[in-house]
Design a protein around this ligand. Structure first.
Ligand SMILES: Cc1ncc(COP(=O)(O)O)c(C=O)c1O
Length: 388
């Protein structure tokens, strides 16, 4: 669809955008522009090149992709740090209640952040369960969920869950890391309270790109960030002794923005202003169907964990096999870049922006070969690398 916009690793099928989206020409260009601004104008670029405005400017662009108002989103810090901020904010909105409810298979960063909050405030408890829906009650302060599961790629019904949680007075936080840029998101339509998400997956912002944070306008007066960052101060350059929070999402800013990371993200996001996300979704489901079909026909040795219903699928397909890690290593050696998640899952991204239905066929054929010829049993695949 947008194949010309990407610079993919040579001679590969890049099926790993659920982990790290590939480089775009525009991200590379904007990053180089940032370096040039630094080189030619130094510190003056904070004003001359409007570096200082990047977090809110990029927040506006992301807001357009997730059904949010322009001022409800900003970009800073990592997703983990933003999770900490919004979960603390959400707890403070429900001070009589002490339970953070989450799902057992949530991304570990979400579980750890919740556990850390409970560790520093022993009144708070974390309940992580597969039956989170049944466990919602008027005792729960915050519901913390990830829209698309990092392992199975299964998507939750955001509208239904948020509405039910609200009927019980629960404040709802969604992690959009595996949904933004690849599946439809309507935070405003679902009346979501808070959200966060990675920008280095389907937004292609680059390794470790800063994350985004969303706060619903109706909480502007009542919610505040637990980190009184000076960039979130109403007048940071007045250098006042006392913290006064800015209005809107900007109060969730921490310290000095990471400009080079933001420049790359700025370039990557320029792609999305020309895109019809509905069309991306349509093509993504065509790719997914094609891959699943080929696997069913040719590779019965792996079990597809992705939902049967296409509308519940995210941007990657999950495959189960006892030797999943070794198989993923062999696939990479053969030029198919995918990844592995504990304990036995191989993930194949199906993003149509840089993957075609022919790539799906090719991917299934390669996997079939590796499994049938047992290439993954070779010695060189038997050690686990630091990053999987
Ligand atoms: C669903 C989800 N949430 C949170 C994170 C953590 O993001 P970060 O490492 O940028 O804090 C990830 C990372 O992959 C993720 O997949």
């Amino acid at each position: 669809m947008q194949y010309n916009s990407f610079i993919l690793p040579a001679n590969t099928i890049y099926m790993c955008g659920h982990s790290l989206g590939p480089l775009t020409k525009s991200a590379k260009m904007q990053m180089e522009q940032g370096v040039k601004e630094w080189e030619e104008e130094g510190v003056l670029s904070w004003n001359k090149a409007s570096w200082i405005d990047l977090p809110m400017q990029l927040g506006r662009k992301i807001a357009a992709l997730i059904g949010a108002h322009a001022d409800e989103v900003t970009v800073s810090d990592s997703t983990s740090v933003n999770l900490f901020k919004v979960v603390q904010s959400a707890l403070a909105l429900n001070p009589q209640r002490k339970i953070i409810l989450t799902e057992a298979d949530n991304f570990p960063a979400n579980l750890y952040i919740a556990q850390g909050i409970a560790h520093s405030n022993t009144a708070i408890t974390v309940s992580a369960t597969e039956q989170f829906f049944e466990n919602m009650s008027k005792d729960v302060a915050v519901l913390l969920l990830t829209q698309v599961n990092y392992r199975t790629g299964k998507m939750h019904d955001m509208a239904l869950i948020t509405e039910y949680a609200h009927s019980l007075g629960i404040v709802v936080v969604w992690d959009l890391s595996h949904s933004v840029g690849i599946v439809p998101v309507d935070l405003g339509g679902c009346n979501v309270d808070f959200a966060v998400g990675c920008t280095y997956k389907y937004l292609n912002g680059g390794p470790g790109a800063p994350s985004f944070v969303y706060i619903n306008r109706r909480h502007y007066d009542s919610a505040c960030s637990p980190i009184y960052g000076w960039m979130g101060h109403r007048t940071p350059f007045a250098f006042q002794d006392t913290y006064v929070a800015d209005s809107g999402a900007s109060k969730y800013l921490g310290g000095t923005p990471y400009v080079l990371g933001l420049k790359a993200l700025e370039g990557a996001l320029s792609l999305f202003s020309e895109l019809d996300l509905g069309e991306v979704r349509k093509q993504c489901l065509i790719n997914a169907e094609m891959l699943i079909d080929c696997l069913r026909k040719w590779v019965s040795e792996v079990l597809c964990l992705s939902p049967e219903l296409p509308e519940l699928r995210g941007g990657h397909i999950a495959l189960e096999h006892n030797a999943a890690y070794f198989i993923s290593r062999a696939l990479i050696d053969e030029g198919l870049i995918c990844d592995y998640r504990h304990p036995n899952i191989i993930r194949f991204c199906v993003n149509p922006l840089y993957l075609s239905p022919e790539d799906m066929v090719q991917g299934a054929l390669l996997l079939g070969q590796i499994v049938r010829k047992k290439i993954y049993l070779q010695d060189k695949y038997q050690q686990t690398l630091k990053v999987t």
